[in-house]
Design a protein around this ligand. Structure first.
Ligand code: ADP
Ligand code: MG
Ligand code: MG
Ligand code: MG
Length: 399
């Protein structure tokens, strides 16, 4: 095959590609390759040499989404993903896969194989415990967010990054799927769980105050170029193993509000909690989840202030008490986004397995309403929650 002109590769072509473009395997190695992607947009191939056990991943972007040819998308997103993975690897070492190669012609990224890890959402739905999760994810967020912001970066260098990571099409997906459709269903594709349809129409679409807050948040998402956010930090973008956490899939990265990432992490832990709650999951698992929700907020805040103290450079960022004011605004955004993410994953197009695979209909109705009731409070009273305890209380009081 000719890899100087872009085309979508099949598994055999990926093997030839890897042999031609990398020296990861010996030239005469016997390789096998399978497509393992499970997302809506891209193709993910795993290439392995059975004999040595050596393996790698090739992620290729199509110029349409894999779910539908009508969904045109620039392949620029894989450039963003590759470069952001490298940058995140520098800022938060050990917490992302190694990138071996980015190819801007074939629009693919060759990276470390993490198949010995499990996708966090899958692991949570199996009730598995990961003691280091909150610690690792808060280190990842504080380092990638604060260190790419104007608090730390020289402002012209920061603006150059803002330009590098302009990501119009993927931002538009979030603008529609997170910030518009779950409140209006104007594209008529929200496909609500039938037993909750009326409740959602009344309590989400029918709540003028909530929709007004969503409008404000949409414009904040579009205009607050605060830090290089991951942009898709749900539990399907985190790989876990007993003693290891790796964040993948930053193709939605752009300069946006820090709280967008933190809120996504918190919301996705809350889906797991609601599911665990309605299905009477193991007590140890539930208490670990509750600690993890609290720790995510508290460790984020502690590490944020410590990282600020060590790295802030802007002269006005040194004003007394400014770091606490700034952190409080990030926590307010975190609460808002926690609510927005919980709403959009239930009342919007892209659902989460935590909810959709609850087989008992009444349990699913309850789990969805717990999330949506908590979500409304997070959006409507976003300024009221500054500690992990306060975040968790909103959730538990909704159950
Ligand atoms: P998409 O952008 O299409 O969502 P992801 O990057 O999330 O693609 O990858 C889709 C799936 O492919 C993941 O859920 C995971 O199962 C697998 N995958 C992705 N990256 C790796 C990796 N580095 N190692 C092992 N498996 C991976
Ligand atoms: Mg993904
Ligand atoms: Mg996926
Ligand atoms: Mg993706």
């Amino acid at each position: 095959a000719d890899f100087n002109n872009y085309f979508l590769m099949n598994a055999d072509e990926v093997i030839s590609y890897v042999k031609e473009k990398t020296d990861f395997f010996d030239k005469d190695a016997e390789l096998s390759c399978t497509e393992i992607g499970d997302g809506n947009l891209n193709y993910v191939f795993r290439v392995i040499e059975e004999q040595s056990g050596k393996s790698l991943i090739v992620k290729q972007a199509g110029d349409t989404a894999r779910i539908s040819d009508e969904f045109k998308l620039s392949t620029n997103r894989i450039r963003i993903e590759s470069n952001v993975l490298k940058l995140e690897g520098e800022l938060a070492s050990g917490l992302v896969p190694d990138v071996y190669l980015f190819d801007g012609v074939m629009n693919c990224c060759v990276m470390e194989d993490l198949s010995d890890h499990t996708i966090l959402r899958t692991a949570l739905n199996e009730g598995r415990i990961f003691p280091k999760l909150a610690d690792d994810l808060t280190t990842f967020m504080v380092n990638t967010l604060l260190l790419t912001s104007d608090v730390v970066m020289e402002h012209k260098a920061k603006k150059a990054l803002v330009q590098d990571y302009i990501n119009p099409e993927l931002c538009e997906i979030s603008e529609d799927l997170v910030y518009s459709e779950p409140f209006t269903d104007h594209n008529n594709r929200n496909d609500l769980f039938p037993a909750n349809k009326e409740w959602i129409e009344e309590n989400i679409y029918g709540d003028d105050k909530l929709r007004f807050e969503a409008a404000k948040l949409k414009f904040a998402f579009m205009t607050n170029a605060q830090a290089l956010v991951h942009g898709d930090l749900h539990s399907g973008s985190v790989f876990v193993k007993e003693d290891s956490t790796k964040v993948i899939d930053p193709e939605f990265a752009f300069y946006g509000p820090m709280g967008y990432d933190v809120g996504n992490v918190v919301a996705n832990l809350m889906f797991a909690w609601s599911r665990a709650h309605v299905t009477n999951a193991d007590e140890n698992y539930v208490s670990w989840l509750e600690e993890t929700i609290k720790d995510t907020v508290n460790l984020f805040a502690d590490k944020f202030l410590a990282c600020w103290k060590e790295n802030a450079t802007d002269i006005m960022a040194m004003e007394q008490g400014f770091e606490r004011w700034y952190l409080d605004s990030v926590l307010q955004d975190t609460a808002s986004v926690t609510g927005m993410e919980m709403i959009r994953r239930i009342a919007g197009l892209a659902k989460v397995k935590d909810m959709t695979t609850i087989s008992d209909s009444e349990q699913r109705v309850t789990a969805e309403r717990i999330c949506l009731s908590a979500a409304k409070q997070f959006v409507l009273n976003s300024g009221s929650y500054k500690t992990g305890d306060q975040f968790l209380k909103v959730l538990k009081n909704s159950a």
